[in-house]
Design a protein around this ligand. Structure first.
Ligand code: AMP
Length: 219
């Protein structure tokens, strides 16, 4: 199965982008490209990019566009991206969206498909504060809504569950504000292009996935 286009997930932190993007990528046999995961990997490998990104991410701000674009452009050169790809957490600014359009065009991809997962602010804070992540495979759990079978341990690979530094309350407010200011305007950008679908994300994971499988056609 192939997607043959770029699929983009918009939505505030905690809306379920990561969970849904991974599921639909697997469903369509396309790579899941999370810029947050790539940056966290750069931090754990202590690369130059990681050293720059770390303090920015910990306070909940955005990593500069030029660094993110370079990282994404490199990733898109890999052969697994030839049949399309699913972005999670990218683009996050208008400049990133405009540059992505150019990259897609020059690589023979048509317009992207964009899904905005909507969840209200109160629910987001609740979700983010309960979120824990596997330190090995990146699996996401929520101690309130989707807990692991054994507390603190990943069901899939037994990895230790950790809280993301930027999921701590000090950074969450800043991340939500940054989303409102810098990323939310992208919904208008893509609506004007006629490529935006909106999904109610304040529902159980499986229900949201079922809607997405209907919206996202892969052949
Ligand atoms: P995420 O895992 O998508 O919530 O991203 C975690 C953090 O990584 C964000 O709060 C930003 O600091 C940084 N980040 C991820 N994706 C981007 C992006 N497309 N542009 C700028 N910063 C990003």
């Amino acid at each position: 199965m192939a997607l043959n286009r770029a699929l983009i997930f918009l939505g505030p932190p905690g809306a379920g982008k990561g969970t849904q993007a991974k599921k639909i990528a697997q469903h369509c046999g396309a790579p899941h490209l999370s810029t947050g995961d790539m940056l966290r990997e750069a931090i754990s490998r202590n690369t130059e990019l990681g050293r720059i990104a770390r303090p920015i991410m910990e306070r909940g701000d955005l990593v500069p566009d030029d660094l993110v674009m370079k990282m994404v452009a490199e990733r898109l050169k890999r052969t697994d991206c030839q049949g399309g790809f699913v972005f999670d957490g990218f683009p996050r600014t208008l400049a990133q969206a405009e540059q992505l359009d150019k990259i897609l065009e020059s690589n023979g991809f048509g317009k992207p498909q964009v899904i905005d997962i909507q969840v209200d602010a109160g629910e987001l804070v609740k979700r983010i504060s309960g979120r824990w992540m596997c330190s090995v495979g990146g699996e996401i759990y929520n101690v309130n809504v989707a807990p692991p079978k054994v507390p603190g341990v990943c069901d899939r690979d037994g990895g230790k569950l950790v809280q993301r530094a930027d999921d701590r309350p000090e950074a969450v407010g800043e991340r939500l504000a940054v989303y409102e200011r810098q990323t939310k305007p992208l919904t208008d950008y893509y609506r004007r292009k006629g490529v935006l679908d909106v999904v109610d994300g304040a529902r159980p994971v499986e229900e949201v996935s079922r809607d997405l499988e209907k919206l996202v056609r892969c052949s």
